[in-house]
Design a protein around this ligand. Structure first.
Ligand SMILES: CC(C)(COP(=O)(O)OP(=O)(O)OC[C@H]1O[C@@H](n2cnc3c(N)ncnc32)[C@H](O)[C@@H]1OP(=O)(O)O)[C@@H](O)C(=O)NCCC(=O)NCCS
Length: 139
């Protein structure tokens, strides 16, 4: 899988993607991405092979008043037939290099389940596991 191209979506290249990106059971709408990326602290990256979007990642900067802003990777997906071929690893590598070059963020974080072995394997290459407890509730 050497032929994957990764790009950050922005107002100049967004029109080159299809109206709907389908990653297995998820449909991601171009119109939603367009609105999301208006905010410069919101980021969407795609992986493309032969004009087909085969990976999608989005995240955002969480700004702190002391300048120690953090980057949160909210979602990473590679379509199932392309999984376990190194694409998730390369996507993370690309995104983290991109984010580091921005010099806006102090650290990054990402959440996943302990049971998601593949995701844990990939994320461990770039970050240490922290023993924290997440509390959440619907609003
Ligand atoms: C998680 C995900 C993004 C990873 O991307 P990927 O392209 O499949 O991952 P890679 O091929 O780069 O790496 C997978 C790693 O897991 C390892 N792995 C796969 N199955 C494994 C298993 N059963 N036991 C141990 N290791 C395993 C691979 O060997 C590889 O590690 P290596 O690079 O050290 O050899 C992708 O699998 C995915 O989209 N999954 C479904 C959605 C999801 O769970 N997203 C994450 C939510 S937080």
């Amino acid at each position: 899988m050497d032929d994957v191209e990764f790009i950050r979506l922005n107002e100049n290249n967004i029109n080159s993607i299809p109206d709907i990106i389908n990653i297995d059971d998820k449909d991601i709408l171009k119109k939603d991405i367009k609105e999301f990326i208006i905010n410069n602290d919101n980021y969407c990256f795609i992986g493309i092979i032969e004009n087909e979007v085969i990976a999608f990642l989005y995240g955002y900067g969480l700004l702190r008043p002391d300048g120690k802003s953090m980057f949160y990777i909210h979602s990473v997906d590679v379509i199932s037939r392309c999984q376990n071929k190194g694409i998730g690893t390369k996507l993370m590598e690309y995104v983290l290099k991109y984010i580091r070059n921005e010099k806006k963020y102090y650290n990054f974080f990402i959440l996943t389940e302990d049971t998601n072995i593949r995701a844990c394997k990939v994320y461990k290459k770039y970050a240490d596991k922290k023993e924290q407890v997440l509390f959440s509730e619907k609003l």
